[in-house]
Design a protein around this ligand. Structure first.
Ligand code: MN
Ligand code: MN
Length: 463
């Protein structure tokens, strides 16, 4: 099987559809950079497509029938979507699972301090990053501050063109002699990734005010959001790259933006579920949190939240049996929709060129990921891979296969092996990315559209 650039295969109408789809994607990831934003925007979107709140359906004991659509919002940070199919749930679901968290910096619980007329926030990076990529660039602060009266304030500073941005300083090259001798992993110290947020001392401060710049920032926070310094203890503030996703390349064939990993697969999976409509089997799209730190916590893929939601679906479909959930999951088929490492012409040596993927050549299937002898991978069965191939062939979807770099070069994992623990057949299937985990990642518009078509084909036709 020889792959070639998808761009050569498009007629004018298809290319227009592709470009329109990518405009939607660019707008969505530009506005929704955090898992919380992704969930709230997705909930609004699916509600406009007739989805109902699973929790409310369960409380009111509303039976579900084929064609019914429900969503389960897990703490505003993860989302499970279901469209009930014509076959009974005991015959399994067709599931797409993607993660909506991306590498970033999180503000610490005791963040705010002053140092020589500068106010700064202590931060702790989240996920695997090259720390040196995150300094001296414009950054945005997004998230929530929860207060003891039960209210939650939304913070979003930087992406409105009228907003200020924040950032992490880097040492000037003139004085960086010692710094430049360090290895890349040490050149920026994690504890030195403090975010600069101000430099004006509070006017008319009481004489004993030791940190007047910090005092001025606290006044700003109080005036604008009604929060005190202690409220930052119960906050989730994420520092993410500033700005909107942009066309990349003179031919506008690619998109550069923050968080393609894994919002590019999350968005295409979400759109595939919406557009596939009622299918033979129940379809499901899981948008999970915390993948970049091991899928931990109540909103990560290791949580039983998904299992609980499947149980609720089964009960509302009339299968109120203690084994119904397990039987349903065990019969299910899944694509773990997560990005692949696209070939980078600047760094060819990290790949086995027979088993790598290229931007613009279609969705990528990874039979396994992992590291050091497939450790930590899922390794889909040959029989399942054959079934997936058949669906792609029947729908005329071009795809690639790949490994995550050459043997022993590095490695990484996805949620696939976690979902496989439910006895679900699953394979990694995602979109190729360049600059993965950098502040601004790159994808091909052709792959975004191909991924969407592949996910839709899987939901409709996988058996
Ligand atoms: Mn990922
Ligand atoms: Mn990742």
């Amino acid at each position: 099987m020889e792959n070639k650039s998808l761009w050569l295969s498009y007629d004018e109408a298809t290319q227009n559809d592709l470009l329109a789809f990518n405009e939607g994607y660019k707008a969505f990831i530009s506005a929704n950079k955090t898992e919380r934003e992704f969930v709230s925007a997705s909930v609004e979107l699916v509600k406009s497509h007739g989805f109902k709140d699973l929790d409310e359906c369960f409380k009111s004991n509303t039976p579900l029938k084929p064609g019914d659509k429900v969503y389960a919002n897990n703490r505003g940070k993860a989302l499970d979507l279901f469209v009930i199919g014509r076959k009974p749930l005991s015959q399994g679901m067709n599931i797409l699972g993607a993660h909506i968290d991306s590498p970033r910096l999180d503000i610490k619980q005791r963040p705010l301090y002053e140092d020589h007329d500068a106010a700064l926030l202590k931060a702790h990076y989240y996920g695997g990053i090259k720390k040196y990529q995150w300094v001296a660039i414009p950054l945005t602060i997004k998230g929530v501050v929860a207060t003891m009266d039960g209210s939650v304030k939304t913070i979003n500073i930087g992406d409105d063109p009228n907003d200020p941005v924040v950032g992490i300083s880097d040492l000037l090259i003139h004085l960086a002699g010692e710094q430049m001798k360090k290895t890349a992993s040490e050149v920026i110290n994690g504890e030195a990734m403090n975010v600069t947020i101000g430099s004006i001392p509070l006017k008319d401060a009481p004489k004993d005010t030791k940190e007047p710049v910090k005092a001025n920032i606290l006044k700003l926070l109080k005036d604008k959001y009604g929060i005190d310094e202690d409220d930052l203890i119960s906050a989730e503030l994420e520092v993410v790259p500033n700005g909107a996703a942009r066309d990349y390349g003179l031919d506008r064939s690619m998109i550069m933006g923050y968080g393609h990993d894994d919002k590019v697969c999350a968005y295409t999976s979400l759109m595939a579920l919406l557009d596939a409509g009622e299918c033979e089997y129940t379809t499901c799209c899981c948008l999970t949190d915390k993948e970049e730190v091991g899928s931990i916590g109540a909103t990560g893929a290791q949580s039983v939240a998904f299992e609980n939601h499947v149980t609720m679906i089964n009960i509302l479909c009339g299968f109120d049996h203690h084994f119904a959930t397990r039987r349903c999951l065990s019969a299910s088929r899944m694509l773990s929709s997560d990005v692949s490492a696209g070939f980078d012409p600047n760094y060819p040596s990290v790949n086995d060129m027979h088993n790598t993927c290229f931007l613009g050549q279609g969705i990528v299937f990874n039979k396994y990921t992992g590291a050091r002898g497939k450790s930590g991978s899922n390794d889909a069965s040959a029989e399942y891979v054959a079934k997936v191939r058949k669906v792609m062939a029947d729908n005329g979807i071009q795809y690639q296969t790949s490994e995550l770099g050459g043997v022993d070069v590095g490695g990484g994992g996805t949620i696939a092996h976690i979902c496989a623990e439910y006895d679900i057949e699953v394979i990694d299937a995602g979109i190729a990315v360049q600059n993965m985990h950098a502040p601004y990642e790159v994808v091909s518009k052709a792959d975004v559209y191909d991924g969407y078509l592949a996910y839709k084909a899987f939901l409709k036709d996988m058996k």
